[in-house]
Design a protein around this ligand. Structure first.
Ligand SMILES: [Cu+2]
Length: 461
């Protein structure tokens, strides 16, 4: 759902003070997005002149910002403002972003375009925007205090430059950066090549997303902004599994996925089922001689990687960060390892001291995936998501890449779970008559099953 906001009333008065009434009337509308769904690719109106046809990107759980053409210049309007993001189903977080969402909309232009971006500040403090990776005049680079004065509260600044080289870029504030990025202020930028480029292939699907992370205390709604490393919500485009849309492709299509990292740590992004090559970074397309097959590529802090492959294996393929703590929800940390601990005889005395005490993890923690624990309000479980065969036991930087022979070209809708062809799925074997296991498990009947749930009426543990 997009709402079109024309500047009226108080907002007009504030903005008008900085840009003048005539100029304000001339501002492009600040299109808003309220849904966290993945929007269909945006088609520019009347694709002529500088608006050349290109294969558009699809922003995972995001959207592309419409522009208007003004005397040969593509004009955009970003509004920096507080937003509420549904990070996972039922889990809402107070963030800062642009035009109704965190991350902000993707800006999608063509090499050689002159772009003019109005930035209106509706935050409670000043801000700027830095256009990460772009060649541009120094005064447009957006470092507050260094290249420009910060954009005061209520004011509108304008940036203008030519998108000189094609590639994968991002934007974010360079003002009170730690706080503003911890609150979710960032967005993607794609510059398409203006013609056939020797290092840039045509692809049928082109996805993009940013890696971001938040520290939200379970039960609260606003991130802790001073956290350096111990974030607990690991996101792609401010969404955590099972809130991240699947990527889909038709069998045989060439697919590009562009990823940027604005967290405080690196993320080895792993795709099952195919091999890919890194075909570009925020520095530009990679020379062919530098490309080799991978199934995981590390995306360091402040880096961008674009990977490409042919989707030639049908199925539902996992795609995730390979740091296992980054595919977990908020509840997983600080829990002692109990594997192999025999709780028999301990549960009742422990519950006398701590009525909420529950036995957890003495056989590993997979039980967490199906446990119906009472959680604090406004959070999501540590391990969650359900597939056709049971709990997926994930909850963070994880989604599914779906390849189907019958997916229509340009159709981004979820085809549902993959039907395994008969005889191609791992299965239970009948071990009757097989030799006995070397020795019995040390603790075949661990603690009293009734102690596996917290005592009734307690909402915390
Ligand atoms: Cu990670």
């Amino acid at each position: 759902m997009q709402r079109r906001h024309f500047f009226t009333g108080a907002a007009t008065a504030v903005a008008a003070a900085s840009v003048g009434r005539v100029a304000l009337a001339a501002l492009p509308e600040a299109v808003q997005q309220t849904s966290a769904d993945t929007a269909a690719p945006w088609t520019p109106p009347g694709v002529t002149g500088a608006g050349r046809p290109y294969n558009p990107v699809v922003t995972l759980n995001g959207w592309t910002l419409p522009w208007r053409m003004n005397n040969g210049v593509k004009e955009f309007h970003l509004v920096a403002e507080p937003v509420v993001r549904e990070v996972a189903p039922g889990f809402h977080v107070n963030l800062w972003g642009y035009n109704g969402q965190s991350p902000g909309p993707t800006i999608e232009v063509v090499e050689g375009d002159r772009v003019r971006i109005y930035v209106t500040n509706r935050l409670p403090e000043h801000t700027t925007i830095h256009w990460h990776g772009q060649r541009l005049p120094n005064g447009m680079d957006g470092v507050g205090g260094l290249n420009q004065p910060q954009i005061p509260v209520g004011k509108t600044f304008v940036y203008e430059f030519v998108a000189r080289r094609p590639g994968t870029f991002m934007y974010h504030p360079h003002a009170d950066e730690m706080v503003q990025m911890a609150m979710g202020m960032m967005g993607f930028w794609v510059t398409h090549p203006k013609g056939k480029h020797p290092l840039i292939e045509d692809v049928q699907r082109d996805y993009c997303f940013l890696l971001n992370a938040f520290d939200v205390t379970p039960g609260s709604r606003t991130p802790q902004v001073n956290t350096m490393l111990e974030h607990n919500i690991w996101c792609w485009n401010s969404r955590a599994f099972p809130g991240i849309s699947p990527l889909v492709a038709r069998l045989g299509e060439r697919v590009r996925v562009r990823v940027g990292n604005l967290t405080m740590t690196n993320h080895p992004i792993h795709l099952h089922g195919v091999e890919f090559e890194v075909t570009g970074t925020d520095g530009g397309p990679t020379p062919r001689g530098s490309r080799w097959p991978e199934v995981t590529t590390d995306v360091a802090v402040g880096q961008m990687r674009q990977i490409e492959f042919v989707a030639d294996e049908p199925g539902d393929w996992a795609m995730h960060c390979h740091k296992s703590h980054h595919t977990m929800g908020a509840m997983g940390h600080g829990v002692p390892t109990m594997i192999g601990v025999d709780h028999r005889g301990l549960v009742k005395p422990l519950q006398k001291a701590a009525p909420d005490y529950m036995v957890m993890g003495e056989r590993g923690m997979a039980d967490m995936g199906e446990m119906q624990m009472e959680l604090p309000a406004n959070t999501f479980p540590m391990m969650t998501g359900t597939g056709p065969y049971g709990p997926i036991e994930m909850g963070g930087m994880f989604t599914v890449f779906k390849v189907r022979a019958d997916q229509k070209p340009g159709d981004y809708s979820d085809p549902g779970p993959y039907a395994q062809p008969p005889g191609t799925q791992a299965r239970l074997v009948d071990t009757t008559g097989a030799p006995a296991a070397p020795r019995a498990a040390p603790n075949p009947n661990p603690a009293d099953a009734s102690a596996r749930k917290p005592a009734g009426g307690h909402a915390h543990h």
